[in-house]
Design a protein around this ligand. Structure first.
Ligand code: IMP
Ligand code: MG
Length: 181
């Protein structure tokens, strides 16, 4: 695939992604030994990350997915950060150790709300794993137990992340130029 013109730079290469995900997988494997781990991938952004991450975790985990509505780049969000569940889990999480996998934590509003919904289902434990963390834009404090990379205040696409649904299939994280056409 040609290097898309709107992508101004490669921020995180496929090799860097692979290496970091292997480290996260090791860490999670050690932390959840003898636990009943359920990994929840949030569609669609974290689909690629989740697929690679679970293959780096050497445990008999359950994989499930959820789709939630959140505001997308630029549009305003309600101050409460209320999100809607578009697709719920297929499995019960009560009494299980749950790891939520997200592509990027920005303001933290979406995830904060989702974690509350999941906590109400009484999992044994509830942790968050985020590939990217843009702390400079955080509005609500949100503990991220497993974090891939901290990134600066630039819009990024690729490896699951989109701009108007495009570029999710890029094998790297790239910075996106949203000015002009
Ligand atoms: P927040 O943490 O509630 O602000 O929401 C973060 C969500 O916004 C992520 O799950 C992404 O879907 C989306 N998002 C935020 N920043 C970016 C970006 O740079 N590229 C693509 N999607 C983004
Ligand atoms: Mg998302």
């Amino acid at each position: 695939m040609d290097f898309p013109e709107k992508i101004t730079a490669i921020l995180i290469s496929p090799e860097q992604l692979r290496a970091r995900i292997a480290e996260l997988g090791n860490q999670i494997t050690n932390d959840f030994k003898n636990k009943d781990l359920t990994v929840i991938g949030l569609l669609k952004g974290s689909a690629l990350f989740t697929a690679d991450l679970v293959r780096a975790i050497e445990l008999p985990l359950i994989l499930d997915f959820m789709a939630i509505s959140s505001y997308e780049g630029g549009k305003s969000t309600s101050p409460t950060g209320v999100v809607k569940i578009l697709k719920d889990l297929d499995t019960e999480i009560e009494g299980r150790d749950v790891l939520v996998v997200e592509d990027i934590v920005d303001t933290g509003l979406t995830l904060n709300y989702l974690m509350k919904i999941l906590r109400a289902r009484n999992p044994a434990s509830l942790h968050l794993c985020a590939l990217l963390d843009r702390t400079v834009r955080r509005i609500i404090e949100l503990p991220i137990a497993y974090r891939g990379f901290e990134i600066p205040d630039v819009y990024v696409v690729g490896y699951g992340l989109d701009h108007q649904q495009r570029y999710r299939n890029l094998p790297y994280i790239g910075t996106y130029n949203s000015t002009g056409n």
